[in-house]
Design a protein around this ligand. Structure first.
Ligand code: NDP
Length: 281
């Protein structure tokens, strides 16, 4: 496992396991499988409704708490100082832990300023080892980074071979904020597994297109948290530290960038209205 140093000195694994769309019933088993494979970083969120499953796995896995790296995110409906503060306590209770390693604002909507203040407080109280953002586009990211005491350690965004976020990666460097990719496998869409460049590159290394897609991001310093409910795929996605892509291969994959979202544009009001409607917001 490779680690990266966050802007407050905390070490974070470059590869973690994400549990979005893992059902509450399956979550404990999935996280226990992932930890048995070797994953130490687990990415959940209040809005995934499976923090309890992650918590049960934390308690049962047999790995010391300090060797795990747990991330959760404060949801839009818990925004604002008071609500966010209460929701952080609730998350800790569900996760059965005194602290999370990384606490993120999930979306740049509602009173995210109040949320961030509650998170700064949690950080100072030792309830979060690092704090950061998710889905914050450049201007909103800059607003938080510039006008708050604690600089975001991470910005978690959609990023994969088809949406590489080159400009955002560069921008985040100004604040020494790490980029973390969600949907680093483009949600398992067939295109990623049949793309000629990825297939050819994977053959050169005796790897799979999924492994090449993850490796590409890692070599750009982007943290990845692929999700799978299948143990064999968890193993596949874990085995990405025993090969390197050449400069030529990296360039060919860079050419796959369409620089646009496959899933959700946080600056598109209509699209966000639809997403909020799904969550009954
Ligand atoms: P991913 O890009 O990780 O893709 C997950 C999908 O790919 C699943 O359908 C999985 O299927 C499939 N898959 C995984 N590995 C393989 C493989 N080796 N070969 C073939 N198919 C594979 O998408 P996610 O959207 O889940 O993103 C990952 C994590 O990022 C989430 O779990 C969550 O923690 C986080 N996230 C954060 C968001 C945010 O707003 N901050 C938004 C979305 C995600 P199967 O399970 O059947 O194996």
């Amino acid at each position: 496992m490779e680690y990266t140093k966050l802007n407050n000195g905390v070490e974070m694994p470059m590869l973690g396991y994400g549990v979005f769309l893992v059902s509450p019933q399956e979550c404990e088993r999935c996280v226990l499988d992932a930890i048995s494979v070797g994953y130490r970083s687990i990415d959940t969120a209040q809005a995934y409704f499976n923090e309890e499953g992650v918590g049960n796995a934390i308690v049962k896995c047999g790995v010391a708490r300090e060797d795990l790296f747990i991330t959760t995110k404060v949801w839009i409906t818990n925004a604002g100082y008071e609500k966010a503060k209460a929701s952080i306590e609730e998350s800790l209770q569900k996760l059965q832990t005194d602290y999370v390693d990384l606490l993120l604002v999930h979306q740049p909507y509602n009173d995210f300023y109040g949320t961030y203040r509650a998170m700064e407080e949690a950080y100072k109280q030792g309830k979060a080892r690092a704090i950061g953002l998710s889905n914050f586009y450049a201007a909103r990211f800059m607003d938080i980074a510039k006008f708050n005491e604690i600089k975001p350690a991470v910005n978690q965004l959609e990023a994969h071979v088809f949406h590489q976020r080159k400009e955002m990666r560069k921008y985040l460097e100004r604040y020494d904020t790490k980029m973390e990719a969600w949907s680093s496998l483009a949600r398992g869409g067939d295109e990623l597994f049949t793309n000629a460049v990825l297939v050819e590159t994977s053959k050169q290394h005796g790897k799979t297109p999924a492994q090449v897609a993850l490796r590409f991001l890692i070599q750009h310093g982007v943290i990845v948290i692929p999700k799978s409910s299948h143990k064999e795929r968890m193993i596949e996605n874990f085995n990405i530290f025993d090969f390197s892509l050449t400069q030529d291969e990296m360039q060919k994959i860079e050419a796959l960038d369409r620089a646009t979202t496959l899933f959700m544009n946080h600056q598109d009001a209509e699209a966000m209205e639809n997403i909020f409607a799904r969550f009954k917001i």
